[in-house]
Design a protein around this ligand. Structure first.
Ligand code: RFL
Ligand code: PHB
Length: 390
């Protein structure tokens, strides 16, 4: 098999890249190790920055998002029994975010790719990338028990944190920066109307909690739990009781309970692989960088990488100049590190670290109090949350 751009992975990064390349008249083949149902059901992100929404629209993938996505003009910070709303448009000159699940973004992009785009092969597992430094890099892959090779002009690893593309970078050119956290998130999906009309980020002495949503009738909730927790340790009743404690306010706010339809534990990690390009091999999305989910940045970064790379490949096609491809890694990493910084700050602001002292707790409250009382501090949070596209 041959193509211009071989894309490994059909998550948001790979799917949007394939879509943008198709619109630019550049052919591609997408190899995805899992089946279509798995990719479409995997519960993950929920918050889209304005730039992500604009990009999906421009890619012709915004129709259902515009109908079903929910515009959110703020979030609530909850601490010490108090509630503080951050007004996004008021603090950012009009910016907001959209709640539209990653599962839905992927369904929309998959449908478009299968209808109009190049081949998107499910259950096709990439085994390795070869010849990254040559003119014709190749992806070895296995499909239906048979091994095959995809010969390309460029290969893009959009294969997430556990993918194979990163392994083709020689150790001599690679630097990895990472940090793991001594806690994880227990996430549940529940068939109940969200108890608040905006996301609630709660800092509590018992640990962090987040109230989010998937639709007007489906809630998505998260609880900070110790790093090695198994989801089975948390019965529904225990989960709701713990959520109630952490969301408690002095003004008698109540949490609505409902049937839990999914439960899983997500580890927390910060990770950056530099550079994001070696020869004719590029990395995009979680394959190159991970942020803890507190800042809601992972999907948005993946989309940013896909746009930057599609633009660079289109520019090369039109002008024969590799200038934008040469700048790809540095361009992406500037935004990536801003998202790393923001996600780390928000995580440490809101989570209780094991062994945290009373002094640490007071500092968290003082930082939150600062956001609640200083226009400058609140603006800094609102700008980063709504988008780091500048
Ligand atoms: P993905 O989505 O992991 O897709 C990678 C794809 O590659 C496939 N693959 C392979 N295919 C072929 N051969 C191989 N050898 C392969 N190895 C892997 C995989 O099957 C998969 O289909 O990466 P991508 O496209 O870079 O997208 C990144 C996002 O998925 C991720 O950053 C976000 O979900 C992170 N995230 C959030 N991001 C946000 O922007 N806002 C949020 O609100 C948000 N909340 C979250 C999150 C992630 C979470 N979890 C579960 C990690 C909440 C959670 C709980
Ligand atoms: C989600 O709805 O899954 C979600 C929202 C905000 C975050 C992380 C996850 O910061």
């Amino acid at each position: 098999m041959r193509t211009t751009v071989g894309i490994i992975g059909a998550g948001p990064a790979g799917l949007l890249l394939a879509r943008l390349l198709h619109r630019a008249g550049i052919d591609s083949v997408v190899l995805e190790s899992r089946d279509r149902a798995h990719v479409e059901q995997r519960q993950r992100a929920g918050v889209l920055e304005q730039g992500t929404v604009d990009a999906l629209r421009a890619a012709g993938a915004g129709e259902r998002m515009d109908r079903e996505g929910l515009r959110h003009d703020g979030i609530e910070l909850r601490f010490d029994g108090r509630r503080h709303r951050v007004d996004f448009p008021g603090r950012t000159g009009g910016r907001s975010v959209t709640v539209y699940a990653q599962t839905e973004v992927c369904k929309d992009l998959i449908a478009l790719q299968l209808a109009e785009g190049g081949p998107l092969l499910f259950e096709a597992e990439a085994l390795g990338v070869e010849g990254a430094e040559s003119d014709r890099p190749r992806v070895r892959f296995r499909r239906q028990g048979t091994e095959d090779e995809l010969e390309c002009r460029y290969v893009v690893g959009c294969d997430g944190f556990w993918g194979v593309a990163r392994k083709a970078f020689p150790a001599s050119v690679t630097r990895v920066f990472e940090r793991s956290y001594p806690y994880a998130w227990l996430g549940i999906l529940a068939d109940v109307a969200p108890s608040h009309d905006e996301l609630v980020y709660a800092r509590h002495d018992r640990g962090f909690a987040l109230l989010s949503l998937r639709s007007p009738s489906v809630s998505r909730l998260y609880l900070q739990v110790p790093a090695a927790t198994r989801a089975e340790e948390w019965t529904d009743d225990r989960t709701w009781t713990e959520l109630e404690s952490r969301f408690e306010t002095r003004d008698g706010w109540t949490l609505r309970r409902g049937p839990v339809t999914q439960k899983s534990v997500t580890p927390m990690r910060s990770f950056v692989h530099e550079p994001m390009r070696h020869g004719r091999l590029f990395l995009a999305g979680d394959a190159a960088h991970i942020v803890p989910p507190t800042g809601a940045k992972g999907l948005n970064l993946a989309v940013g990488d896909a746009i930057t790379l599609a633009r660079a490949l289109a520019y090369e096609k039109e002008t024969d100049s590799a200038a934008l491809l040469d700048a790809y890694s540095a361009t992406c990493l500037r935004r990536v590190w801003q998202a790393e910084r923001f996600s780390y700050d928000l995580t440490t602001l809101l989570h209780r670290a094991p062994g945290a002292t009373a002094f640490d707790a007071r500092l968290q409250l003082a930082r939150l109090e600062r956001i609640a009382s200083s226009r400058a501090a609140e603006t800094d949070l609102a700008e980063a949350y709504t988008g780091l596209w500048a």
